[in-house]
Design a protein around this ligand. Structure first.
Ligand code: HEM
Length: 423
């Protein structure tokens, strides 16, 4: 156990006077009792031990992890450059994807900016940011609307239950992203298939190698094609940008595809499930389409699909809410817990599409906050109201308890959502 600022003889945190410190360290809570609520342990930790010793399974800092559950602390860490996002410094709070003798994560490859710190991170991020502003994304509204219509029409009229995930949420959101980036149609299915392997919590070494090789080869070919025929899309712009190597462009594209591949899709499907399970809120949204933007924000907060949180490593000793985090320690920011913090949100465990959701961390916070958030918001703000308008009698085709949940994936959601469209 590292030095914690906790009196070992009492286990009570002297500075904050909060409750007892868990001994042994907690493991990352993962078991839910309700599909829409984070694991119940979070509420108690947030109340009694907001910076709790956390057991890491492998990697740097094993034996010195922390779990942070209050919104103010989560935001403080995510906006503090004394906490690093470098891959090679961060230990895992969950078991690695396959058994391994040693887990020594490598530094980020050129272009893989997500796992970099300043100044490299912002040098790469700047190349992308212009395409993800609210203004740039607003220009995509006609395309997103057209695709929504297309997928909803395809779902209609079968008279049988339809899986909203495979018929709409997944292919539609992948297509929106690929249109924006400039990924040709022929590559979308294979890229999705291989990215889907990497979005699981567990896979074999062979599956890892097969998926990574296929993704890298497809993106290398794509970058080569964009160098000669860039078009007007984002990948064409990157491929012809001065001073970027092929490897950098491939990894920038991979970061975007990986980040956007299943996130918006999960929010769309889980958000639909949540609204169907809260008929009063759905009725309100149908009656007042002007609430759509706020409803999306509330769903992002309430559902927080990044259920494993965000991880950082301390670069120096830092005091956080009365606890000494030592240089080298891994800190896990429990985004689902922070987004239910009663110190910030009134009635945080209730889905209320009229309540303010400002300050939530569903997209993270600080320099690494989600670059795709405007695209995700635009997609959800268009797609959810159109779905409920097109199918006024939409309902679950199975009992809610039978909906298979994505607790086994890096992003939470539903594997399948069988619905009756009522058409
Ligand atoms: C509802 C949908 C989405 C959610 C909930 C979401 C969530 C998040 C979160 C929590 C982070 C911060 C992680 C951290 O700080 O460790 C993040 C970062 C990121 N997201 Fe998203 N995301 C969504 C959609 C997208 C989309 C559509 C794209 C791509 C087009 C994308 C690409 C990225 C990238 C590249 C980063 C890393 C940014 C950086 O390190 O500077 N995300 N996302």
């Amino acid at each position: 156990m590292p030095e914690t600022g906790v009196r070992p003889e009492t286990g009570v945190r002297p500075e904050t006077g909060a409750g007892p410190v868990p001994d042994p360290p907690v493991t990352l809570p993962q078991t839910r009792t309700c599909p829409f609520d984070p694991p119940p342990e979070y509420a108690e930790l947030r109340e009694t031990c907001p910076v709790a010793p956390l057991a890491l399974t492998v990697g740097p800092g094993v034996g010195s992890g922390w779990l942070v559950t209050r919104l103010a602390d989560v935001r403080a860490v995510l906006s503090d450059r004394r906490f690093s996002h470098r891959n090679e410094l961060i230990g895992l709070p969950i078991p690695p994807p396959f058994p391994m003798d040693t887990y020594a994560p490598p530094p980020a490859a050129p272009g893989a900016f997500i796992k970099m710190d300043q100044p490299d991170h912002s040098r790469y991020r700047r190349l992308l940011a212009r395409r993800f502003t609210m203004r740039s994304v607003a220009a995509l509204t006609p395309m997103i609307t057209r695709l929504t219509e297309e997928y909803l029409e395809a779902m209609a009229g079968s008279g049988r239950p339809v899986d909203l995930v495979s018929a709409f949420a997944e292919p539609f959101t992948v297509r929106v992203m690929c249109e924006m980036l400039g990924v040709p149609e022929a590559l979308r299915e294979p890229l999705s298939r291989h990215l889907a392997v990497l979005s699981r919590m567990h896979y074999t070494v062979e599956e890892l190698i097969t998926a990574c090789t296929a993704i890298a080869e497809a993106l290398q070919d794509l970058v080569a094609a964009k160098r000669t025929d860039p078009g007007t899309d984002l990948l064409g712009e990157l491929a012809t940008a001065e001073g970027l190597t092929d490897e950098e462009v491939v990894n920038l594209a991979w970061a975007l595809l990986g980040g956007g591949f299943d996130t918006t899709a999960n929010m769309l499907a889980l958000g639909t499930f949540a609204l169907l399970a809260h008929p009063d809120q759905l009725a309100l949204l149908r009656a007042r389409p002007d609430l759509a933007d706020n409803a999306v924000e509330q769903l992002l907060r309430y559902l927080t699909i990044s259920h494993l949180g965000a991880s950082r490593a301390a670069l120096e000793d830092v005091d956080l809410n009365g606890v000494r985090i030592k240089a080298g320690d891994t800190v896990v920011l429990a985004l689902p817990a922070a987004n239910r913090d009663p110190a910030h949100f009134d009635a945080p465990d209730r889905l209320d599409i009229t309540a303010p959701a400002q300050g939530h961390v569903a997209f993270g916070h600080g320099e690494h906050q989600c670059i795709g958030q405007n695209l995700a918001r635009a997609t959800l703000r268009i797609a959810l109201p159109m779905l409920f308008a097109r199918f006024p009698d939409l309902r679950l085709a199975t009992p809610a308890d039978d909906v298979p949940l994505r607790s086994d994936m890096l992003h939470y959601g539903v594997h399948e959502l069988l619905v009756e469209t009522g058409d």
